[in-house]
Design a protein around this ligand. Structure first.
Ligand SMILES: [Zn+2]
Length: 268
């Protein structure tokens, strides 16, 4: 089952990365404040341990749990007798809602925030930010996402397919891509767009405490955490207490969760 991720998934994700990388260079949404290539270097190195854990720890565990679902007919979808396509939609919604909650928890609990903070200290937001996650956050998500996948009754194919969509959506909404206004507004009724997620990376507390959804924007609407119509030119990306990009080296970022976190971390 991992081959589905390694072949089709990896190819699709590389193509999406290259397309977005070129497009966000030509059609910029927010002005860059840092040297692009320095950030490509930092974000790629920071992402390596997290990526290894995703591929060699999280995916195998989740696939194993979903194989148990298949063997024991365990999980939410086994309570009903829906056709497979309907089950797939239900599973995608459950997994995506789980990721909304996981992201929200990362902002609410100091212990989890220590790790998620590394992602938010980026002073620009573009496709490379989509990879800037501390490996500790990945370990935490193994438990949370594993549990949600198990309880949902997902099959191995469904979780792998969702994971590919999840990674594609993460690349898309972190990108610095300027889309036609009406097209983005239309898309945003259904999915998280670059403008919507840009607000989440603002240094303003009320803006960061919004827009937690990953694929479907529905969850923020349901929870009243949706924020839109904020001018992207007025958004300053990052964390106010980590305003000096010079200190945010690869070593510093990897050690960050284990050090004292600077307060206040957000501007009101
Ligand atoms: Zn966040």
């Amino acid at each position: 089952m991992h081959s589905l991720f390694d072949t089709i998934g990896a190819s699709v994700l590389v193509v999406i990365f290259l397309v977005l990388f070129v497009l966000e260079t030509k059609l910029q949404l927010r002005k860059r404040v840092q040297l692009r290539f320095k950030r490509i270097f930092i974000n790629s190195i920071v992402s390596l341990p997290a990526f290894m854990l995703l591929r060699f720890l999280m995916l195998p565990i989740i696939v194993f749990l979903c194989q148990l679902n298949l063997s024991y007919h365990f999980g939410f979808t086994y309570l009903f007798d829906f056709p497979y396509w309907a089950e797939t939609i239900i599973v995608f919604l459950i997994l995506d809602y789980g990721n909304y909650l996981w992201h929200w928890l990362n902002h609410k609990f100091t212990f989890l925030w220590r790790f998620h903070l590394v992602h938010h200290t980026d002073h620009d937001l573009d496709i490379t930010t989509a990879f800037r996650f501390h490996f500790g956050e990945m370990i935490g998500s193994v438990f949370f996402r594993g549990a949600i996948s198990f309880l949902s009754g997902a099959t191995p194919a469904q979780v792998i397919l969702y994971e590919i969509l999840f990674e594609a959506a993460t690349q898309f909404h972190h990108s610095n891509l300027k889309l036609p206004v009406r097209f983005e507004k239309f898309l945003n009724y259904f999915i998280v767009t670059p403008k919507m997620h840009g607000i989440h990376h603002s240094i303003v507390k009320a803006e960061t405490n919004s827009n937690y959804s990953v694929i479907f924007s529905l969850w923020d609407r349901l929870h009243g955490t949706m924020k839109a119509n904020i001018n992207q030119d007025s958004i300053v990306i990052g964390e106010p207490s980590y305003s000096n990009p010079e200190e945010l080296t690869v070593g510093y970022l990897l050690k960050m969760p284990f050090k004292k976190i600077r307060q206040p971390t957000k501007m009101d």
